[in-house]
Design a binder for this molecule. Structure first.
Ligand SMILES: [Zn+2]
Ligand SMILES: [Zn+2]
Length: 111
């Protein structure tokens, strides 16, 4: 099981979020990428998991006014397009990591 506890979360410039995990892994996600993976009911079908949001409708330079920790297990974002309904569990954020290591071992354990 992946370690999904963030040690540090910070915004880089206006378009990216950097998460440093307890196991020293670092994940950098653009807000556009996060927005495209929004797990709220309006963006993703709750039953099929199918995306209802057109990824092309999200501009690459999307920003976020705020990132808030939700109940110690998730983050929510106030995106600059006005959307903010998604609650992103830390596990989802870790799964969205596209660094070389995570891309090479999709979904597998890292030690
Ligand atoms: Zn959404
Ligand atoms: Zn990674």
């Amino acid at each position: 099981m992946l370690n999904c506890t963030p040690r540090a979360i910070e915004k880089i410039e206006d378009a990216q979020l950097r998460i440093l995990w307890e196991d020293d892994h670092e994940t950098v996600l653009s807000f556009a990428q996060l927005r495209r993976h929004c797990p709220c009911a309006a963006c993703r079908d709750e039953w099929s998991g199918e995306a209802l949001l057109d990824p092309a409708a999200v501009p690459d330079g999307l920003g976020a006014a705020r990132a808030d920790v939700v109940g110690n297990y998730a983050l929510s974002f106030a995106f600059s397009d006005g959307h903010g309904a998604g609650v992103y569990p830390f596990e989802l954020l870790r799964k969205l990591c596209r660094c070389a290591e995570c891309a090479y071992h999709p979904g597998s354990e890292t030690n």
